[in-house]
Design a protein around this ligand. Structure first.
Ligand code: 0O2
Length: 199
């Protein structure tokens, strides 16, 4: 029997289907890029359905009732896919593949790479409407950006920093900026290698 007791009601199998559909599409993009450019730009890619607890917390935070309607129609990241690339340029190439595929309606895009969040968070976010009904948040970022986000997320739960909060925030921002600078250098190195190959 179908489990309709959670915040997603009987829609969970549909959300699973949407994730698999997007992941399959990403696999196709990777194959296409590999045959055209001779390299797979994606380091790793994963999909998840936002946990019941986390979705309920987000509903409360946004002042929404904890219903299936809120979870699927007012909040857009019940389905989340994260695509982690080696280089910054690849993030934007994959963004273009997704946008130009005609498979999705793009609801919103947030470029936290060109304009990082004040705390240093960098990533490219796309909110897509899939099959005219479901929403999915795609997060595209480099390995460095992903590393920083994972560590920062981890640290958030280590509270009790007392008066050192400002120092810690400043240090995290410094690490994010250093990683961004390294990303740019790595991109330049790759461009030089590619240039050498084409001579
Ligand atoms: P989880 O557990 O990853 O799903 P909103 O999405 O409406 O709450 P906002 O700020 O408009 O708020 O959305 P935004 O900025 O696009 O961020 C959405 C997601 O990006 C977050 O989802 C995180 O996954 C990630 N993110 C945004 N800012 C940060 C940050 O400073 N640090 C880290 N580590 N991740 C960030 P959730 O729902 O918060 O979490």
């Amino acid at each position: 029997m179908e489990n309709t007791s959670g915040i997603y009601g009987n829609q969970k199998p549909e959300l699973e289907r949407v994730i698999n559909q997007i992941l399959l599409h990403i696999t196709q993009i990777r194959r296409d890029m590999e045959s055209k450019l001779g390299m797979d730009p994606v380091e790793h890619c994963l999909g998840r359905i936002k946990s019941e607890e986390s979705m309920r917390e987000k509903c409360r935070r946004k002042g929404l009732p904890e219903t299936t309607e809120s979870a699927l129609e007012k909040i857009f990241d019940a389905v989340g896919v994260r695509i982690v690339c080696a280089f910054v340029d690849d993030v934007f190439t994959i963004r273009n593949y997704i946008a130009d595929s005609g498979r999705y309606e793009i609801i919103e895009e947030k470029d936290y790479i060109s304009r990082a969040k004040p705390n240093g968070y960098r990533s490219y976010h796309m909110i897509l409407r899939v099959d005219g009904k479901y929403h999915a948040e795609i997060q595209l970022r480099t390995i460095s950006m992903d590393t920083w986000a994972a560590l920062e997320h981890h640290l958030k739960y280590k509270k009790k920093v007392g008066g050192r909060q400002e120092l810690i925030i400043g240090e995290l921002k410094r690490c994010a900026d250093e990683l961004a600078s390294t990303d740019l250098s790595m991109q330049t190195i790759r461009d030089m290698i590619l240039e050498g190959d084409s001579r």
